[in-house]
Design a binder for this molecule. Sequence first.
Ligand code: ADP
Length: 406
Amino acid sequence: MMDEGGSEDLRLEADRLREALAHCEAERERDRQSARVLAQLHAHVKDFAVIILSPDGRVGMWNEGAERLFGYGAEQITGQTGALLFTPEDRAAGRQQAELAQAASEGRADDDCWLQRKDGSRFWASGVTTAIRGEGGHLEGFVKILRDHTSRKVVEDELQRLNATLDERVRERTSDLEEALREMGAFAYSIAHDLRAPLRAMSGFSRLLAEDHSARLDDSGREMLGRISSAAVRMDHMIEDLLAYSRLTRTEITCRPLDPRRVVEEVLSDLSAVIADRGADIGVEGEFPAVLGHEVTLRQVFTNLIGNAIKFARPGDRPVVRIRAERREDWIRLWVEDNGIGIPVEYHGKIFGIFERLHPAGDYPGTGIGLAIVNRAMERMKGKVGVESEPGRGSRFWIELRRPFS
Ligand code: ADP
């Protein structure tokens, strides 16, 4: 007969055994599941190479993806060192050992490198090697999963190469273009310059003809001579303006703080004959804060704007021109306002182009280059230009330059 305490011990022992048995069964089921997963990987994963390595780096399991990627059959590679998959350079450098050591110490190592197939060809592999650890943490081996990313690598390398050379190529092209522009500018300048000599001869001889031989010409001959002479003068003005435009494009411009009122007054003194001739009423009004500009260039701008303001008066009207300044945050806006014929809104953009004129030369003489000079001059001084105008209500041209030290 067993006593009460003894049967209780036996029951407890039996419970422990049952529990241990259930635990073993659960572990076996987990192992069976892992084996099934491994078999699935082995049989069905074809785009990825799945390779199991022993702790010393020998190939254990080798799936169909690995066979496709490397060209070795499982029977050829199993048991061989995984270093065979690396390029000779990486093999010599001990890359496999380094990779396995990293995976062992950190749990994983990236596998982005060139690997070598059985036939010696190479591909860019992208993947990872992870350590497999058993119970108690001892190292059981490694699993390496990779795919072929050669095409992406080639594109990435090409992109990197292109990016690295892009800046250099842009610089080269820009300097070629600048050189071509300089040459074109110099060429245009020398043509314009050389055209003046025969032109001067033409106007010189037509003047001599008029002075010394006009008695021998009839009225129509004298009129033709007059036309030749004024055409030569017009062409001379055009060439002069073109040369000014071309010079403006080619010369170095450094902006400095300057007093715009002084520049305006110098221009008005240069234009005093025209002002007197047209009986123009010119007002320079209010305060003129300093601007950042280039004096000679700014003088060209005002010469053209004030000259136009006087020239484009309504027939029979006395030109009234107001010149004033306005602060606009970091900019100073300088206005040249007139009471002239005005400009339809649809032409406001067009008139700043070279040779753009809205009137026949007979009504208002000119070359159509003045506002193109103004526009280019403002670009060169890093400023702005604009116009507000309507036919019959005068025009208000403005330019803007930066304030010094703003
Ligand atoms: P140009 O004065 O030699 O004709 P611009 O380039 O200076 O050439 O001006 C281009 C055109 O813009 C002029 O022909 C004229 O039609 C118009 N324009 C310029 N300034 C004024 C102004 N103040 N009032 C009216 N029209 C103007």
